[in-house]
Design a binder for this molecule. Structure first.
Ligand SMILES: Nc1ncnc2c1ncn2[C@@H]1O[C@H](COP(=O)(O)OP(=O)(O)OP(=O)(O)O)[C@@H](O)[C@H]1O
Length: 351
C-alpha cells in the first residue's frame, strides 16, 4: 500500500515568498500524524496544496499513490478536510450542506442523505440539522466542519487546527472522536498550535519552520532530545565562590548549575535526570552539602518545539493561545479555475 501522503521536494511560491521550500514528507497509511510549526511555517499551504486549493510551484505530491495534479479527483476523493476557517455556505440548512458535499464527490443522493444524518449524529449536532450555519455556536461550527470532512468517508482526514478557540469539553470530545476514527483505520493529518494536543494524539509529528521540515519524530523521541533539570534544596547555603567551584566540579555531566538568590537552592541541568541524580547526590554529599529535597523535571515538548523553531523576528504561539492565519488562497485565476471545488455551491471560497 502506498503511503497516505508522500511529498518530495514540494515547493510553493507566492510571488517572491517561498512558503514551502522543498518539503519532503511521508505519512504512512493509518498514522495519526501531527504538523507543528509557528505561524507562517507553511502548514496550511501544505494542506491546501494536497487538496488542490493551492497549485504547487515544484516537486511532487501523492495521496495514496495518486498524483495530486495528474490524478486530482482520486487524490481529492480520498481526503476529508476540516479547514481552519469557516467556509460553509450560509444559505442552506447544514444537512443540505453535507448532502451537496457528498454529491460533489459522486455519492448518490439517497446515500448522501443517510451519510449526512450519520455524521451529524457522530459529531453531536443532529438536532441542528435543519438550521443554517450562521445560527450555530462556534463549537457547533467546528463540529460541522468535521462532519463535512467525514461525509465522504475519507481514508485521509486532514484537520487544520480543529480545536482552535473551542472550549475544554469540546476539545476533549473532538480528541475522542478523532482517536476513534484513527482506531477505525482513518489516517489523520493534524495541524495544531496546542503542543499538548499533538503529544496526546499523534504517533509522529513533523516540525516545520519557514517552509522547511525541521524534524520528524515521535513525541517521546522529541522529548528525549531535551534536558532534565534537577532542583535541590540544601540544608545550608552555597556561597557564590562555592557555586562557581561546583559548576567546574560537576562539569563532567551538568550542562548548567545555578543557585537560588538565597543560596539554599540549586538547579542542575543534565541529559537524564533519573540516572544522574544518584551521582549528583553523592558528589554534593562528598563536598559536605546536605540535601533537604530533590525534584526532577523534564523539558516539555513545548520548550523543545520553541527551541527548534526559534527565529529572531517571529512570535511563536504558545499552547495557551489559539491562533489564526490567513492560510487562505491568493490563487491566480488559473488556480481557481483548476480547483473546481472552490466554486462548489456549498462552499464559500475554499474547502
Ligand atoms: N494566499 C497567500 N498569498 C500570499 N502569501 C501567502 C498566502 N497564503 C499564505 N501565505 C504566506 O505563506 C506563508 C505560509 O503561510 P501558511 O498559512 O501556510 O502558514 P501556517 O503554518 O499555516 O501558519 P498558521 O499557523 O498561522 O496558520 C506565510 O508567510 C504566509 O503569509
Amino acid at each position: 500500500m502506498p503511503p497516505a501522503i508522500e511529498t518530495v521536494d514540494l515547493v510553493k511560491e507566492y510571488g517572491e515568498l517561498r512558503a514551502l521550500q522543498g518539503l519532503s514528507l511521508t505519512v504512512e497509511e493509518g498514522e495519526f500524524f501531527g504538523l507543528l510549526g509557528p505561524n507562517g511555517a507553511g502548514k496550511t499551504t501544505f494542506i491546501n496544496t494536497l487538496v488542490g486549493l493551492v497549485r504547487k510551484t515544484g516537486g511532487d505530491a501523492r495521496v495514496f499513490g495518486h498524483d495530486i495534479e495528474a490524478d486530482y479527483q482520486q487524490a481529492r476523493d480520498s481526503i476529508g478536510l476540516a479547514p481552519q476557517e469557516f467556509n460553509v455556505d450560509r444559505f442552506f440548512p447544514i444537512r443540505e450542506v453535507l448532502i451537496h458535499k457528498a454529491g460533489y464527490h459522486g455519492i448518490p443522493e439517497a446515500e448522501a442523505g443517510e451519510r449526512a444524518d450519520e455524521v451529524l449524529k457522530r459529531v453531536g449536532i443532529y438536532d441542528k440539522r435543519n438550521e443554517r450555519f450562521d445560527w450555530l455556536s462556534g463549537g457547533m461550527k467546528r463540529r460541522l466542519l468535521l462532519a463535512r470532512a467525514l461525509v465522504t468517508d475519507p481514508d485521509l482526514l486532514i484537520l487544520d487546527e480543529p480545536t482552535a478557540g473551542v472550549d475544554v469539553q469540546l476539545r476533549h470530545d473532538l480528541w475522542d472522536l478523532v482517536t476513534e476514527l484513527n482506531d477505525e483505520g482513518t489516517t489523520i493529518l493534524l495541524t495544531t498550535h496546542y503542543i499538548e494536543e499533538a503529544e496526546r494524539l499523534c504517533d509522529r509529528v513533523a516540525i516545520m519552520n519557514e517552509g522547511r521540515k525541521v524534524t520528524v519524530a515521535t513525541p517521546d523521541e522529541l522529548k528525549q532530545r531535551g534536558t532534565d533539570t534537577i532542583s535541590l534544596r540544601l540544608e545550608s547555603s552555597v556561597t557564590s565562590s562555592a557555586a562557581a567551584d561546583l559548576e567546574t566540579e560537576l562539569d563532567a555531566y551538568a550542562h548548567d548549575v545555578s543557585t537560588s538568590p538565597a543560596g539554599d537552592g540549586l538547579e542542575v541541568r543534565v541529559d537524564d535526570g533519573g540516572s544522574t541524580a544518584p551521582r549528583l547526590l553523592n558528589d554534593l554529599e562528598s563536598r559536605g552539602y546536605e540535601i533537604a529535597d530533590l525534584e526532577i523535571s523534564r523539558t516539555s515538548l513545548e520548550e523543545i518545539f520553541v527551541d527548534l523553531t526559534r527565529s529572531e523576528d517571529r512570535t511563536v504561539t504558545r499552547s495557551s493561545a489559539s491562533s489564526s492565519s490567513a492560510g487562505g488562497t491568493d490563487e491566480t485565476d488559473a488556480d481557481a479555475e483548476r480547483s473546481g471545488e472552490r466554486t462548489e455551491t456549498e462552499q464559500e471560497g475554499v474547502a
